[in-house]
Design a protein around this ligand. Structure first.
Ligand SMILES: C[S@@+](CC[C@H](N)C(=O)[O-])C[C@H]1O[C@@H](n2cnc3c(N)ncnc32)[C@H](O)[C@@H]1O
Length: 236
């Protein structure tokens, strides 16, 4: 995959210029930028043409659990800048003309070949309908890498991201095909156990995953719920 086609290297160029200038950058920000730029996954993503190092988290999880298959329909929640969409589109590619991957983010992002992008807040009441319309049917897989913008207050950040995770789980259980899968970012500590119990009732296998690309020092974890049991038939 060429990074010239979709500008995967442009963010890094801007960051490198900032590090070089150093003046005006706080010490902690400068350290973060240096760590980011020296990160082997960041460097690999430039060579491989992925928009984000996050792409490798999905690649590693999918290589291990074999979720994505050609012809499947996928919804990617919190898609920008598009790394997961790139991986999902490549791994579900089939002869069908219609996009089989739909990503949503409130941030603007460049088009991803093989994926349709909906720019809106996933918490908007209209988002589920927009996503299903754009996909043209129910998904086989719902992915969520959504993270709330950080406030600096750890507990607040945790609660806000866990809320996104819970809304994503409700959405997945209301739209997935029987046998479908749900993968979501979550955080270590407390709340996710309630979510775990809810998912265990609806999926045949549920467990936490920490892919090697997720930094050891990060409290981030992924929750993988496989083989959706399906919804109870609605009463007439
Ligand atoms: C960690 S990034 C996702 C990276 C992406 N998986 C990739 O591979 O490029 C998290 C994204 O979640 C998005 N997000 C957070 N809350 C959201 C919401 N309520 N609706 C839509 N997107 C949201 C953020 O804008 C951000 O782009």
């Amino acid at each position: 995959m060429s990074n010239k086609k979709d500008g995967a290297g442009s963010t890094t160029r801007v960051l490198r210029t900032k590090v070089k200038k150093k003046r005006g950058l706080k010490e902690s920000s400068r350290r973060w930028l240096e760590r980011h730029l020296n990160d082997p996954y960041v460097q690999r993503s430039k060579t491989d043409g992925y928009r984000s190092r996050a792409a490798y988290k999905l690649i590693e999880i999918d290589d291990k659990y074999r979720l994505l298959k050609p012809g499947q329909k996928v919804i990617d929640l919190g898609a920008a800048p598009g790394g997961w969409c790139q991986v999902a589109a490549a791994r579900t590619k089939s002869t069908a003309q219609a996009p089989h991957v739909v990503g949503i983010d409130y941030l603007e992002m460049d088009a991803v070949p093989g994926a349709a992008i909906v720019q809106m807040d996933f918490l908007d009441d209209a988002a589920p309908t927009r996503l299903i319309e754009a996909l043209g049917g129910e998904p086989d897989i719902v992915l969520s890498d959504m993270a709330a913008p950080t406030t600096g207050h750890r507990r607040t950040d945790h609660l806000r991201t866990m809320h996104l995770c819970e809304v994503a789980a409700d959405f997945a259980m209301s739209v997935l095909k029987p046998g479908g899968h749900f993968l979501t970012k979550t955080f270590q500590g407390g709340t996710e156990n309630e979510l775990l119990d809810m998912l265990k009732r609806s999926f045949r296998s549920v467990h936490h995953v920490k892919p090697p690309a997720s930094r050891d020092e990060s409290v981030e974890l992924y929750l993988l719920a496989k083989d959706f049991k399906g919804r109870a038939p609605t009463e007439e």
